[in-house]
Ligand binder design. Structure first.
Ligand code: 6PG
Length: 249
């Protein structure tokens, strides 16, 4: 694996191009013949266009739905049907619109006793799926991990200065206090688990992300800049969010 390589920056024209490019990359990662694939989804608004595309042609017919498993990199600790739920958003945008085996959808159990209990359950579920308690870089857990970028530099629910940033043992942890709205408790995967992927793909759009993205790309000490991938690490951004000197591909 090409661990900790320099990240690739791909700049596209707008939100639509971002969704289309992400959909092409997702398809390329999950359509290997006869093998099970695992995608780790992200919340927030940036992936919504991608999610909607997945339920539409041509993606709908091209995706091997029976072989793809869908996980969530972080979720808000709210009921599954709450408007703030990340998995709820993914379901409304695409998972409820296609014929997918419910066993292929792996939500964080936000009906557990609390965020820590939900994190423990998810930790166990991920290990069961992986078939081992320890990750091995040559055999990543995920085929694709989607990530977002918050205006404070957080990614998943890994907020600046949070102890979860340094968690190396547990695969998922509860986050009692979010660093940014919505201020509800969260459950998040930890960096080593998110890194266990053939590709980590950040999706960033909009003018309001430009400053924080520039800081991350310049190497400022922000959670999103701490993210590593055992495989490729790609920042897919639209022109509005891109550095001033960036050119769309
Ligand atoms: C969450 C997310 C979070 C998100 C970023 C970017 O649950 O809040 O998973 O990490 O990806 O905050 O969100 P936007 O795409 O809405 O800007």
């Amino acid at each position: 694996m090409k661990s900790n390589r320099r990240p690739e920056l791909i700049i596209v024209a707008d939100e639509q191009a971002l969704a289309e490019t992400a959909a092409r990359r997702l398809l390329a990662r999950v359509t290997h013949p006869n093998a099970r694939a695992a995608v780790c989804l992200t919340g927030g608004s940036s992936p919504e266009g991608l999610y909607r595309l997945l339920a539409q042609e041509p993606c709908r017919s091209a995706l091997p739905w029976d072989r793809v498993h869908w996980f969530m990199g972080d979720d808000r600790f709210v009921p599954a049907d709450d408007a703030l739920s990340n998995m709820g958003m993914a379901r409304r945008a695409f998972l409820d619109r296609v014929d997918v085996n419910p066993a292929n959808i792996h939500p964080i159990a936000t009906d557990a006793a609390g965020p820590e209990a939900a994190a423990e359950l998810y930790d166990a579920e991920l290990k069961r799926f992986y078939g081992a308690d320890r990750l091995q870089a040559p055999r990543p857990l995920f085929d694709l991990v989607l990530m977002g970028l918050g205006s404070d530099g957080h990614t998943a629910s890994l907020f600046p200065r949070a102890p979860a940033l340094h968690e190396n043992a547990r695969w998922a942890v509860g986050v009692a206090t979010a660093g940014l709205a919505p201020f509800v408790p969260r459950v998040t995967l930890t960096f080593p688990v998110l890194a266990s992927t053939h590709e980590m793909l950040f999706l960033v759009d909009g003018r309001d992300k430009r400053d924080v993205l520039a800081r991350v790309l310049a190497g400022d000490d922000l959670p999103a800049g701490q993210a590593r991938s055992d495989g490729d690490l790609v920042w897919l951004v639209d022109r509005a969010a891109a550095p001033e000197d960036g050119h769309a591909t």
